[in-house]
Design a protein around this ligand. Structure first.
Ligand SMILES: [Mn+2]
Length: 237
């Protein structure tokens, strides 16, 4: 089988002096896809949304990556004072792209903001700032290196995520100040942090739609369970 093409979403960022705008994607996402046997293809945040079916049609899978906060306008809320940066152009491209991927049953792995985008695209809502909206002794913005584990999650039995990483307790990293609040209809919650924050969801009607709130791309070099998220994603394509 030829190596599979995996579309990887990316951020629009401004250069420090604001002279140019750039597309930015953490290399660890691309390395994790390559190690799992795929070919990562970084996707532009095109404003011509008529192109999205053609872009999706060339891909064997879609990786929706981490990044800025999703604009709360997409789930009908005013911005919370602690809302972080938003990437309007990226939201406007990713939300219809994710909907098309679900519709066309393109295998999809969604990470951190990616899970939040997926939830909002399919009708769910988010906590805009956990420390104020869901105070907890667990620090979901960890202070150690991104590749270090900081809290546990409980992986639910009889889910695709449990097939991949095993059910029960799992150590994960945590680099988010937002989280899924109301999950979109049709999704199964697959992982919960000890404080009840949703850390995983999937859509059983699709072949492979797996979303996690943690960052497996940062730990997959040293951790078999998070590495398997990428290899099973590639196997599903
Ligand atoms: Mn967390």
């Amino acid at each position: 089988m030829p190596r599979r093409l995996i579309g990887v979403t990316a951020a629009n960022v401004a250069a420090q002096d604001h002279s140019v705008r750039r597309l930015a994607c953490n290399l660890v996402y691309l390395e994790a896809i390559e190690r799992a046997g795929g070919i990562p293809v970084v996707l532009p945040n095109t404003t011509d949304h008529d192109l999205l079916p053609r872009i999706l049609g060339t891909l064997d899978g879609l990786l929706v990556t981490g990044g800025a906060d999703v604009s709360p306008a997409y789930y009908g809320q005013a911005p919370h004072p602690a809302l972080g940066d938003v990437d309007t152009c990226r939201d406007a491209m990713e939300i219809p792209l994710v909907r098309s991927a679900i519709q066309e049953d393109v295998p999809l792995l969604a990470i951190c903001r990616g899970m939040q985008v997926l939830n909002v695209a399919m009708g769910g809502t988010l906590y805009q700032h956990l420390p104020e909206q869901r105070p907890s002794p667990i620090h979901h913005v960890q202070s150690g290196p991104r590749s270090a584990f900081s809290h546990t999650v409980e992986v639910a039995e009889e889910t695709l995520l449990a097939d991949i990483v095993g059910s029960g307790e799992m150590h994960v990293n945590s680099l988010h100040h937002q989280a899924v609040c109301q999950p979109a209809e049709g999704f199964t919650i697959t992982a919960l942090a000890p404080d009840g924050i949703i850390e995983g969801m999937e859509r059983p009607q699709n072949r492979f739609v797996v979303a996690v709130q943690f960052h497996p791309e940062e730990t997959s070099v040293h951790d078999d369970r998070t590495r398997r998220l990428f290899t099973t994603f590639l196997e599903a394509t």
